[in-house]
Design a protein around this ligand. Structure first.
Ligand SMILES: Cc1cc2nc3c(=O)[nH]c(=O)nc-3n(C[C@H](O)[C@H](O)[C@H](O)COP(=O)(O)OP(=O)(O)OC[C@H]3O[C@@H](n4cnc5c(N)ncnc54)[C@H](O)[C@@H]3O)c2cc1C
Length: 457
């Protein structure tokens, strides 16, 4: 199978706006570095409050993970609730869980307020169990989430799965009706337009190359050096995600960039599409090395996974296409002769403790570590950072958590150890039962990254 790299979502949207032809201002209230969900939602919120803000994007708006993802707007966090509670205590995790639910409302509110045509739908998500032991853990998980977070999940026994998914390979499932789906490229383009309408200045093809504190004018402003000139700013927001560069080394060394890849088939007949996903859920499986999949609004099967660990290159994308096609047919033998028309890759921002982090680093505001929850989380964190800049009290439950640096070998630009982590996950998927997901016991005894399911998308 030879298909050329092409992101399906990008073909569904006009190019997002930018103000490239204009010169950069010399001075502005806030510079936002990065034009994905996080940077644009920060810029939009700041502009709405009358703050003069410039969002600088090295490529085009949405170019990073924000236009490359599966469009799943998911509840919860990357790590299982029992692991989180063990680490951070019940009270803190209640606030974190509430934030995860609020972040979906936040996306929905923005889509509605800004009239963004991005197929947002509260279709719910389905997690499917790859082993009986995984399914056995669902009951306990759902009970804990109901008890501690007052949030309802539904357990689907194997006998009921056909109402949820047209595949017989799983041992049961768990549904969360609160999750949603959208078209991420349309959403990020809509966010950019909204930010611009509200008065934010957007500059694409403007790479930030360094950020320093001005020392001699006493104002303590930041001097932001870019590929198109210098801007001084009172505040800087780092929203550069997995694509964070040496321009901000303190943040870069904390981020672990992990590749994830997606294929999309040709348009399927509507009865086949309905058979594959009768309720049009956002679906992912229970493995560490997981697959995630969904129908697109025009009835293609979009199927993703960590087919290669390294961030996307021509090579990893090409290899991933065949690996993912085999994976897709393993789940849905019905798709055996269906054509795959698109393949693309992107990079996720993981952190060593698999948590999102936000706050200040070297005086600059930042948020990062959204992993596979960034559609909702990055949007929400962007609005929260903007709120902090406008003087709102800090109620971000993830601020203040110790933010460890990534070990050498997993850091951006130096990711030679990623395949070792990948091998470890395959080992865990082969040998482990529900403990690793349900109570995170190994996660507390070995390297957190390696044991916690961190590489999930
Ligand atoms: C294949 C894939 C599938 C995914 N699936 C899902 C999913 O289904 N659901 C979900 O919730 N999450 C998913 N994610 C994760 C989600 O897409 C991200 O967490 C989210 O998009 C992060 O948004 P962001 O704004 O922080 O970063 P990005 O969207 O990555 O934006 C960062 C931007 O910063 C720019 N930048 C970096 N450095 C500089 C600089 N020095 N100067 C100027 N600009 C700079 C980059 O060019 C980039 O455009 C997926 C990710 C991938 C890659």
């Amino acid at each position: 199978m030879i298909i050329k790299e092409k992101n399906y979502w990008l073909g569904t949207v006009a190019a997002p706006p930018a103000q490239s032809p204009r010169d950069l201002p010399d001075d502005i209230d806030v510079v936002v570095v990065g034009g994905g969900f996080c940077g644009l939602s920060a810029a939009r919120t700041l502009a709405k409050r009358g703050v003069k803000v410039a969002a600088l994007e090295a490529e085009t708006f949405g170019w990073g993970a924000s236009s490359r993802n599966g469009g799943m707007v998911l509840t919860g966090m990357k790590l299982p609730a029992p692991t989180l509670i063990k680490r951070h205590g019940c009270a803190a995790v209640r606030r974190m869980y509430a934030a995860s639910l609020e972040s979906i409302d936040c996306v929905e509110r923005i889509v509605r307020e800004e009239n963004i045509d991005c197929n947002f739908s509260r279709c719910g998500h389905l997690e499917v169990a790859c082993k009986q032991a995984h399914f056995d853990g669902y009951e306990e998980s759902a009970a804990l989430i109901k008890r501690e977070f007052n949030h309802e999940l539904h357990i689907i026994p194997k006998s009921g799965l056909r109402a949820e998914i047209g595949s017989d390979i799983y041992f049961g499932g768990m549904v969360d009706e609160t999750s949603a789906g959208l078209n991420p490229a349309r959403y990020v383009a809509g966010l950019a337009l909204a930010a611009q309408r509200d008065g934010a200045c957007l500059y694409d093809h403007t790479r930030v190359t360094s950020v320093d504190r001005e020392k001699n004018n006493g104002a303590g402003k930041f001097r932001v050096q870019t590929s198109r000139g210098v801007i001084t700013a009172r505040e800087v927001v780092l929203a550069s995600g997995a694509y964070t560069t040496e321009a901000t080394p303190a943040l870069r060394k904390k981020i672990i960039p992990i590749g994830s890849y997606i294929i999309a088939t040709e348009v399927l007949p509507s009865d086949l599409a309905r058979e594959l996903s009768p309720r049009n859920r956002m679906i992912y499986d229970s493995k560490h090395f997981l697959y995630y999949y969904r129908l697109t609004p025009d009835n293609r099967m979009l199927f993703g996974g960590r087919a290669a660990f390294f961030p996307e290159t021509e090579n990893t994308v090409r290899q991933s296409a065949e690996i993912l096609r085999r994976g897709m047919i393993g789940v849905y033998p019905q798709l055996h002769s269906v054509k795959v028309e698109f393949v693309w890759g992107g990079t996720l921002d993981f952190t060593l403790d698999v948590m999102p982090h936000a706050g200040k680093i070297e005086g600059m505001y930042f948020a990062a570590g959204f992993a596979g929850h960034g559609v909702a989380a990055a949007t929400w964190f962007g609005t929260k950072l903007a709120g902090l800049i406008c003087g709102e009290p800090n109620d971000i439950p993830f601020d203040g958590i110790k933010f460890p640096a990534a070990p050498l070998g997993l850091r951006s630009g130096n990711t030679w150890a990623l395949p070792l982590a990948g091998a470890w996950y395959r080992f865990l998927d082969f040998f482990t039962g529900p403990h690793f997901r349900a109570n995170g016991s190994l996660a507390t005894s070995a390297s957190t990254l390696i044991a916690s399911g961190a590489m999930m998308t």
